[in-house]
Design a protein around this ligand. Structure first.
Ligand code: BDP
Length: 699
C-alpha cells in the first residue's frame, strides 16, 4: 500500500471511529438542489412493471428523445437499485420492456402493433399503460410529440417515486391550459424584483457560449411539472433585452430549453420603438411604430423560430403604454399581436392597472378599464389578470375580470414568490390559496362557472388559455431560498397542467419525492403544509384585511402607515379602522365594488349577514361589536385569529422538532431555523396589529 493510500485509509478509519463514538452514522447530506427529482430508492412492490423497467426502448433521434434517455438512465437505476439497458431502436421485441416516445417513433420501432389502441391526448398530452402481447409486456409511455412523451416519462417517474405505480394503472393526461408559464421578474443586472433566493439564473455575461450548467436542470425541473414557457425578464422591462446582443444570448437559452418543451417569451417595454428605434412616438396607430415592431418580431423569429411572444405591462405603475398617445390597451395589444401573427406568437397583456382617476377604489379600476374593451382584442391576445383585484395579498376574493370578459381569453397570474407572504422566510404552502381561486364560482353562466373553467377556456370556448406564476427561483443552491418554497413552484406547475388536482394530494406527492416515503413523516409534513396558508392569513391579514405590510419591501406589519406617495399605497387606505369599526366599504352604499361580481355573488357579498367572513372586511366597514358566526364580537374574533395564526406556527415548529431524526440534518436544520424566524415574525405581526387595532377597538 502506498503512503498516500495508507494515510487515506487511516483517516477513514478515524472518521468511522469518531462516528461510532458519537453514536451516529454519517448521514447523507442534502442541499435541496435536486428539488423533487431526487430519485432515491423506490419502495419494494410487486408488479410486472418492474421487469419492464430493466429493458428500455426510447426510439427517435431528437434532442428530446436524448433528454428522455438521459433522465431514465439517471432515474431508473437509482430508483430500482438495478441496472437498466437500452435496446437498439430495432431490437428484437421478445422481452418485457418499457417503451417511451412519440407515436411515430414507436411505430417505426415496431412497438405499436395491431390491436393497440392509439388514443389522442392532443399535442402535449400523453398516456401510460401496460400492454400485453403473449408472454411479453410493454409499459408504454406515449404521446403525439417527443415533448408529450417527456411529460409522460416524468409522470411515470413521479408514480415510481411516490410508490403509486401499479400494473393496472392506465393514465391519460392532457393539460388544462395551453400556456403554462413562469414569469421571471429578472432584471438585466442580475437582480430580481421580489426575488428572495439570490440573483437571476440567467448568466447573461456567459451567454453564448457558456450557459450556466444549472440551466438544463432548471428546464428539467420545469418540464417535470409541465411548464412549457418562461418569460425571462421583469414586467417592468428594460427595452435593452430586445437589442441584438441580448437576442443572441436568448437564442442560446432557447436552444437549451427547446428539448424540454420550454419556449421563451419576453416582457416588452412599450416605448421600445422610441428608445431603441429613435422614433418620435410609440403610438400603436402609427405605421412606423407597427413597422418597427414587425421588423423586431422578424429579427427575433429569425433567431428563435419557436419564440412564444410578448408579455406587456402597459400604463401600470408608471410603465409606458398606448394610453400615453390617446390609444387604448386593445390598440396596443393588437398592434403587437399583428407583428407576431405571421410567426405564430401571442401577446399577453396585463390588466394590473389602478389609475386613481378611473376609480378611487383600487379594487375596481382594472374591471372598469378593461370590460369596455371586451371583444376588441385580436385572436392572438390574452389578457392576464392577477388572482385578486388588488395585488397578490395573502387572501383576496377572485378578480372580478374573470367572467366579465367572455370574448377574451383570460390568463391567470399567480405569484409563486411570496412577496406579501413572508418571502423566503415563511413556510406557506400556496396551493390551497390557488385552489380557492380556481374553484371560485363566478356564476356568470350560472352555477359551475368557476374561475378554473374561465381560465382553461372551456366556459367560453377559447382556444388560447394560460396560467402564469411569478417565479420564486434564484441562483441560491436550493433554487427557492426555502426548502418548502419549492413546493409552491411544484404545485404551480401541476395545477397549470390540471387545476382539478387537490392541494393535499400535491403536497403528498411533493413530500414523498422531496423528503421521505415514511407514512408518519409524510403525514406530519402534510399537516404542517395544509394549514400554513390559512395561518399566514390569520397572523397577517385575517377576515378580509389586506395590504398592511411595511412599505416598499412588504415584509412585516405596518398597519398605521399613511405617508405614501399615493393614497392606495397606505395601509390606512385599506383597513380604514376608526372608533366605529374597521374594513373597506365596498357595498352598494360604499364604493360599490360588489357590483362587479355577478348575482348571486354580488348580493351575497353586499349583505353583512351573508358575506363570507373570510372577506368580511374586504367588502364591509364593520362595527367592532358586530356578532360573528362564532358568537364573539368582531374585535374578539380578530384577536382569536391573530393568536391562532401565531399558534399554528408554533405548532409547525414543534412538529418539525419531532422530525429531527427522520430527515437529513442539513435541510432539517435550515427549516428549523426558518421556522424559528417565522414564529418570531408571526409574534410581531400579532402584537403589532392587535396593539394598533386595539387602539380603535377599545376606545
Ligand atoms: C407588485 C409588486 C411590483 C410589481 C407589480 C406588478 O410590488 O414589484 O412590479 O406588482 O405586478 O406586486 O407589476
Amino acid at each position: 500500500m502506498r503512503a498516500a493510500e495508507k494515510n487515506l485509509t487511516g483517516a477513514l478509519r478515524k472518521t468511522a471511529v469518531a462516528f461510532l463514538i458519537l453514536g451516529m452514522l454519517p448521514a447523507f447530506s442534502e442541499d435541496g438542489y435536486e428539488l423533487w427529482l431526487r430519485y432515491r430508492r423506490m419502495p419494494e412492490r410487486e408488479g410486472s412493471y418492474r421487469d419492464c423497467l430493466k429493458n428500455l426502448l426510447v426510439p427517435g433521434k431528437s434532442a428530446t428523445a436524448e433528454v428522455i434517455r438521459k433522465e431514465l438512465r439517471m432515474a431508473l437505476p437509482a430508483l430500482s437499485g438495478a441496472p437498466v439497458s437500452f435496446l437498439k431502436d430495432q431490437a428484437p421485441l421478445d422481452q418485457n420492456l418499457a417503451a417511451a416516445g412519440c407515436w411515430k417513433d414507436l411505430e417505426a420501432a415496431g412497438i405499436l402493433r395491431p390491436g393497440m389502441s392509439r388514443q389522442d391526448p392532443g399535442d402535449e398530452g400523453f398516456f401510460i399503460r401496460m400492454e400485453r402481447q403473449g408472454q411479453q409486456r410493454i409499459l408504454l409511455v406515449a404521446g403525439d410529440t417527443d415533448v408529450s412523451a417527456l411529460y409522460g416519462v416524468f409522470h411515470l417517474l413521479r408514480l415510481l417515486q411516490t410508490g403509486m405505480m401499479t400494473d393496472s394503472l392506465s393514465v391519460i393526461s392532457l393539460p388544462a391550459v395551453r400556456l403554462r408559464l413562469l414569469n421571471h421578474w429578472d432584471n438585466l443586472d442580475g437582480s430580481i424584483e421580489r426575488g428572495y433566493a439570490g440573483r437571476s439564473l440567467w448568466n447573461w455575461s456567459g451567454l453564448p457560449p457558456d450557459p450556466d450548467p444549472r440551466l438544463a436542470d432548471y428546464a428539467r425541473a420545469c418540464a417535470s411539472i409541465g411548464i412549457n414557457g418562461t418569460v425571462l425578464n421583469n414586467v417592468n422591462a428594460s427595452a435593452e433585452i430586445l437589442t441584438s446582443p441580448y437576442l443572441e444570448k436568448i437564442e442560446a437559452l432557447a436552444g437549451l430549453f427547446r428539448p424540454y418543451g420550454i419556449r421563451i417569451y419576453l416582457s416588452a417595454q412599450f416605448s421600445a420603438p422610441m428608445i431603441l428605434g429613435g422614433l418620435k412616438t410609440s403610438d400603436p396607430r402609427e405605421p412606423a411604430v407597427a413597422g418597427w415592431w414587425a421588423a423586431k418580431a422578424e429579427e427575433i423569429y429569425n433567431r428563435i423560430p419557436d419564440f412564444g411572444g410578448f408579455l406587456v405591462k402597459a400604463n401600470s405603475e408608471g410603465q409606458p403604454g398606448p394610453q400615453d398617445f390617446g390609444a387604448t390597451h386593445s390598440d396596443g395589444a393588437n398592434m403587437l399581436a399583428a407583428a407576431l401573427a405571421p410567426h405564430g406568437g401571442v401577446v399577453i397583456w396585463r390588466a394590473f392597472v389602478y389609475d386613481t382617476s378611473i376609480d378611487p377604489d383600487r379594487a375596481k379600476c382594472a374591471y372598469r378599464e378593461f370590460t369596455p374593451l371586451d371583444g376588441r382584442f385580436g385572436s392572438r391576445v390574452l389578457v392576464q389578470a392577477k388572482n385578486g383585484p388588488i395585488d397578490f395579498q395573502p387572501r383576496e376574493p377572485f378578480h372580478p375580470l374573470f367572467g366579465a370578459m367572455p370574448h377574451t381569453p383570460m390568463m391567470l397570474e399567480l405569484q409563486i414568490t411570496q412577496e406579501y407572504l413572508g418571502q423566503s422566510k415563511h413556510l406557506v404552502y400556496l396551493a390551497p390559496m390557488w385552489k380557492e381561486i380556481l374553484k371560485s364560482d363566478t356564476y356568470v353562466r350560472g352555477p359551475g362557472s368557476t374561475v378554473g373553467r374561465i381560465v382553461d377556456g372551456s366556459l367560453e370556448h377559447h382556444v388560447l388559455s394560460g396560467m402564469a406564476g411569478v417565479a420564486n427561483t434564484g441562483d441560491e443552491r436550493d433554487w427557492c431560498g426555502h426548502p418548502f418554497a419549492q413546493a409552491n413552484w411544484y404545485a404551480f406547475g401541476r395545477l397549470a397542467w390540471d387545476h382539478t388536482l387537490h392541494a393535499r394530494d400535491l403536497a403528498d406527492e411533493w413530500i414523498r419525492m422531496t423528503w421521505s416515503l415514511d407514512p408518519a413523516v409524510v403525514d406530519s409534513i402534510k399537516s404542517m403544509m395544509s394549514g400554513s396558508w390559512e395561518a399566514c392569513v390569520n397572523y397577517m391579514t385575517p377576515l378580509g384585511l389586506c395590504h398592511i405590510m411595511q412599505e416598499g419591501h412588504h415584509y412585516g406589519p405596518d398597519p398605521g402607515f399613511n405617508r405614501a406617495a399615493r393614497p392606495d399605497w397606505n395601509s390606512t387606505y385599506y383597513h380604514r379602522a376608526d372608533s366605529s369599526g374597521i374594513g373597506f366599504d365596498r357595498t352598494t352604499a360604499g364604493s360599490d365594488a360588489v357590483s362587479q361580481y355577478a348575482p348571486p355573488l354580488r348580493d351575497l357579498f353586499n349583505d353583512l349577514e351573508t358575506c363570507p367572513e373570510k372577506f368580511l372586511l374586504w367588502f364591509h366597514h364593520v362595527p367592532w361589536g358586530h356578532r360573528m358566526q362564532s358568537g364573539k364580537t368582531l374585535w374578539e374574533e380578530m384577536q382569536e385569529r391573530y393568536k391562532a395564526g401565531f399558534a399554528y406556527v408554533s405548532g409547525m415548529r414543534n412538529t418539525w422538532k419531532r422530525l429531527k431524526n427522520e430527515l437529513d440534518p442539513e435541510r432539517w436544520m435550515e427549516v428549523d431555523e426558518k421556522l424559528r424566524a417565522q414564529e418570531e415574525n408571526a409574534r410581531v405581526w400579532r402584537d403589532v396589529c392587535l396593539d394598533y387595532f386595539g387602539r380603535f377597538a377599545e376606545r
